[in-house]
Design a protein around this ligand. Structure first.
Ligand code: SF4
Length: 147
């Protein structure tokens, strides 16, 4: 025959022990939730917390030249990738007007607003092709009339 009273007392002790154990144990997940995300910096962090000194100011690059002395510049080649992209031709009269609808007869580099050179010079600078000379009789699809 079983002793139910003693059995019940034994269960109570076990449950009481489990409760005490659970109350004393801190689960890692609970610990993580209770800590602040970013601890505040120490009040006196010393020299390590000082901001980095500003780097020495670098000399500024010279502004892009739009026109170098004509004697020091190479002539633009029609095969230059940028020249090709802009349909540059040394002779405006050879421009394929069907392919270049902006082209109008009479438009040449020497009367273009972007031409940097003497109007009667054979070759001159161009703002679109810095460091290169374009031919006064040339043309590209960026042509803009002088005002
Ligand atoms: Fe000639 Fe004007 Fe074109 Fe320069 S921008 S290549 S000056 S047409």
């Amino acid at each position: 025959m079983k002793d139910f009273g003693r059995d019940l007392e034994s269960r109570r002790r076990v449950l009481k022990g489990i409760g005490a154990f659970a109350a004393s144990v801190q689960l890692p997940g609970l610990i993580g939730c209770s800590e602040p995300a970013d601890p505040p910096p120490p009040a006196d962090a010393g020299p390590a917390a000082d901001p980095q000194p500003a780097p020495a100011e670098q000399p500024r690059a010279a502004p892009a030249q739009t026109a170098a002395p004509a004697g020091s510049m190479a002539r633009l080649s029609e095969d230059d990738p940028q020249a090709k992209a802009l349909a540059y031709r040394h002779e405006a009269s050879t421009v394929d007007a069907a392919a270049q609808p902006r082209y109008q007869p009479g438009q040449v580099c020497s009367n273009c607003a972007l031409y940097v050179g003497e109007a009667d010079a054979e070759w001159g600078g161009c703002s679109i092709f810095p460091g290169k000379l374009v031919k006064g009789t040339g043309w590209c699809n960026v042509y803009a009339p002088k005002s």
